[in-house]
Design a protein around this ligand. Structure first.
Ligand code: E4P
Length: 217
């Protein structure tokens, strides 16, 4: 499963990407607002840090305006993926982007039939929002299972990009469900490396090793 960072914090992204395990980045209008920076500048900077797909979201809601914005965003760098909301107008834009060879990420997906429509439109990625569904009283992870089944039933190659991930448990659950990718806040990404028994075990090994007085090199 590919791991993306859901962030516009380029300093933190640079630090985490240096570890070699960040496959891509997602952004949204809220994260752009949080950065306090011009969108095109932030997206260009992120694309220079990460080779993989970088999702940049349109702000328009009408098809023609989404197409104009998406083409502008796609011109920023070859790894830009145009993020489009899951509306009928958005899916009309996705079909045109697909014909033009522009990769798309259909966002704000909360149901399996919405994911089916996005795949039929030719979306490159579908972003089901796990955490927000949980907050709503539904089961976000079961949506990933349902979409996996539907996409496999019909051979759709749209990739499932699990989004609105809040915990390490979410990451495990969507990986088991067969998600192709997951986008994580930096704090969750950092937590993936950690386990209290790893820290405890390492402390013990280091202390025992010191007692030997040896050196490997
Ligand atoms: C990513 O594409 C989404 O915009 C993001 O995961 C949403 O997460 P949130 O529900 O925590 O805002």
């Amino acid at each position: 499963m590919q791991l993306f960072l859901d962030t516009t914090d380029t300093a933190e992204l640079k630090a985490l990407a240096a570890g070699g395990l960040v496959d891509g980045v997602t952004t949204n209008p809220t994260l752009i607002a949080k950065s306090g920076r011009p969108m095109l500048e932030v997206i260009a900077e992120i694309c220079a840090i990460v080779e993989g797909p970088v999702s940049a979201e349109v702000a328009a809601v009408q098809t023609e305006a989404m197409l104009a914005e998406g083409r502008r965003l796609a011109a920023v760098a070859s790894n830009v993926v145009v993020k489009v909301p899951l509306t009928s107008e958005g899916l009309a834009a996705v079909q045109v982007f697909a014909q033009e060879g522009i990769a798309t990420n259909v966002t704000l997906c909360f149901s399996a039939v919405q994911a089916l429509m996005a795949a039929k439109a030719g979306a490159t990625y579908i972003s089901p929002f796990i955490g927000r569904l949980d907050d709503y009283g539904s089961d976000g992870v079961s949506l990933i299972h349902d979409i996996r089944t539907i996409y496999d039933n019909y051979g759709f190659d749209t990739e499932i990009l699990s989004a609105s991930i809040r915990t390490v448990e979410h990451v495990k659950a969507v990986a088991i469900a067969g998600s192709d990718c997951a986008t994580l806040p930096p704090a969750v990404f950092k937590a993936l490396f950690k386990h209290p028994l790893t820290e405890k075990g390492l402390e013990q090994f280091m202390s025992d090793w010191a007692k030997t007085g040896q050196s490997i090199l």
